[in-house]
Design a protein around this ligand. Structure first.
Ligand code: NAD
Ligand code: DAU
Length: 351
């Protein structure tokens, strides 16, 4: 059946993989990528599909209701996959209000516009909200996050994502909007902005710059290859039950320090450096304020009910990721000039 899907945040890291997958896999759908093109949005991520007949781009901020209404009318939007967000925890610590504006206000704005556009036929349209495992808080004593784990967000970023999740569920309950929410663990892969741990370390190792590890590097994250997340979003969009939540994860926990060491080892090999050279760049720096100790997703529900599971082993995914960054030096240069330098200096110089 033909659909016109509005994908928000499609110029960002995960969004660009989702847009590419939908444009290529579903030529019968119209895909409208709506993105404000903040520092994290980059249309270079979508070069391969920008000329596709079923792809459209709209530069719009989700805080702007009038422009959203215009886009809904212009394209007759039938469904939404909502990824647009401020996504970096460190930025949320220095500027929490931007996270409230985009992640909370922007999401409610989008819900309101969708509700009006779909009035009288709310059961025929899906609003899919893409969220994070960080809403569940920090695991200290073992165990995993399941879909019924109570929310306990600890950073301004996760508090804003938790608020947006609550609003989506409130619209489902109150107005009977057809909604679905998924909460995913840490993604890695091509097109990841180099403010996040893995691409930042790849970039710094390449340039023989210090590798800033927060605290003792003991914090644990569960890593999933971004294309597997995009596949999971496809699965939830088409097969997910309205009103439900699906946790998505890689069953792949790593301490930060072990990831950084692995990257050093692989990069030494690929760059033909003497083994151990890159590890000398590791620098333990002041910890992130309120740093969550461990995240770990139990992805049994999506596996058993919808048949999705990760396709790549981590070692394989990391190889692909490093190779992509080494082959796309120009992309990295474009995103690390200008405001990135100032951001980097402010965050790391006094740590
Ligand atoms: P990202 O920062 O790479 O991309 C965010 C995109 O949203 C950018 O293209 C940006 O321009 C756009 N955007 C930001 N503010 C906007 C606004 N006001 N209006 C319109 N567009 C705006 O983020 P990401 O890592 O790709 O994450 C995408 C989504 O997935 C987010 O909702 C995030 O919370 C969620 N998520 C991310 C991860 C992860 O590991 N990166 C894991 C789980 C969930
Ligand atoms: O769990 C899902 C979340 O994963 C997403 O919702 C977020 O959008 C995404 O940014 C990510 O959050 P993290 O804070 O876990 O990712 P980040 O890459 O910023 O950090 C990963 C770990 O590495 C974390 O424990 C902090 C640490 N770290 C990070 C940076 C940037 C360092 O030690 N040094 C660094 O320079």
């Amino acid at each position: 059946m033909s659909k016109t899907i509005l994908i928000t945040g499609g110029a960002g890291f995960i969004g660009s993989h989702v847009v590419r997958l939908f444009v290529n896999q579903y030529p019968e759908y119209k895909i409208v990528n709506l993105d404000a093109l903040t520092y994290a949005g980059n249309l270079e991520n979508l070069k391969e599909i920008e000329g596709a007949p079923n792809y459209f781009f709209e530069k719009v901020d989700i805080q702007n209701a009038e422009e959203l209404e215009f886009v809904f009318k212009k394209h007759a939007i039938s469904d939404v996959i909502h990824l647009a967000a401020e996504s970096h925890v460190d930025r949320s610590i220095s500027d929490p209000l931007s996270f409230v504006k985009t992640n909370v206000f922007g999401t409610v704005n989008l819900l309101n516009v969708a509700k009006s556009a779909w009035a009288g036929e709310l059961d025929q349209h899906l609003f899919y909200h893409v969220s994070t495992d960080e809403v569940y808080g920090s695991l200290h004593d073992g165990g995993f996050f399941v879909e019924t784990t109570p929310y306990d967000p600890q950073s301004p970023y996760s508090a804003s994502k938790a608020a947006s999740d609550h609003f989506v569920r409130a619209y489902s309950n109150t107005y009977k909007m057809k909604t679905v929410v998924s909460n995913c663990s840490n993604n890695y892969g091509p097109n990841h902005f180099p403010e996040k741990l893995i691409p930042l370390c790849i970039h710094n190792i390449k340039n023989m710059k210090p590798l800033p590890v927060y605290g003792k590097g003991e914090n644990v994250r569960d890593w999933l290859f971004v294309k597997d997340h995009a596949r999971a979003i496809d699965t939830v969009f088409h097969k997910g039950k309205p009103g439900e939540t699906y946790n998505i994860g890689g069953f792949n926990e790593w301490k930060n320090i072990d990831i950084v060491r692995l990257l050093c080892k692989k990069m030494d090999e690929k760059l033909g450096r003497e083994p151990g050279i890159s590890e000398t760049l590791i620098t333990f720096v002041q910890d992130r304020a309120g740093h969550d100790l461990r995240y770990a997703i139990d992805a049994t529900k999506i596996q058993q009910e919808l048949g999705w599971e990760p396709s790549l082993q981590f070692e394989e995914g990391i190889e692909l990721t490093i190779d992509w960054y080494l082959a796309n030096q120009e992309w990295l240069e474009h995103v690390t000039t200008g405001s990135y330098q100032e951001y980097y200096k402010n965050l790391y110089d006094n740590r």
